[in-house]
Design a protein around this ligand. Sequence first.
Ligand code: ADP
Length: 257
Amino acid sequence: AEDELAKAGWLLNMQHLSLGDKIGEGEFGAVLQGEYMGQKVAVKNIKCDVTAQVFLAETAAMTKVQHKNLVRLLGVILHNGLYIVMEFMSKGSLVNFLRTRGRNVSDGMDYLESKKLVHRDLAARNILISEDNMAKVSDFGLAKVDLKQEDLTRIPVKWTAPEALKHNKFSTKSDVWSFGVLLWEIFSYGRTPYPKMSLKEVCEKIENGYRMEAPEHCPPYVYALMNSCWETDPGKRPSFKKLREKLEKELRALQEG
Ligand code: ADP
């Protein structure tokens, strides 16, 4: 594989590479930001020689493909194992992107909470992304009006707290319930909550204490947060302030590895 790569011009020169901050942790080594001949790059370093050989073979395959939606490989450097040099993706991984949006939302809701404003329709479809990738809470359509009984058909059942559904008791704490569902949407990459369940079924099951399972690969701390949002007693649910602080803390820990 090494000869093949060298012949095709994929072997890069270590002297042209400068390494910067660590931006991620891969299964086989750290991912660092760097610069190669003036271009911003991401560099994966695989120190273990055996693994490096496997990766080298895989990289050879990567040199044969190019597409606007595939991360571009610049080349490899054989030095302390293997360096894989690729195009730098400034916004990072999709997982990280989504998780950070959750924190943005809790931040916005923390502000609404401080203003004693109730949203009533907090759901992923009402979170919009700005040019600079900031998540912003939108659609205050239901926020101002006092819902009358006949409006109840407009209520997004799968996002609404039981006391709001049953007794029209909307509050910041019912928004917190919805935030729990929103977290579930984020961590299941946009699935509809309570998959394959009818609205009637959802109401009955929630009443009997049923709660959604954790989405696949959802960190336990996030699932614990969701469940705290889904406490039957609104008073036991956390505040948005608390939620924001917790998400912030955990995200920081994640980023610091
Ligand atoms: P592995 O496949 O070895 O487990 P990944 O390719 O998943 O490693 O990289 C780990 C993390 O490093 C990613 O989640 C991402 O945050 C960061 N990363 C990887 N490649 C790039 C890139 N080209 N640009 C920016 N960040 C990257």
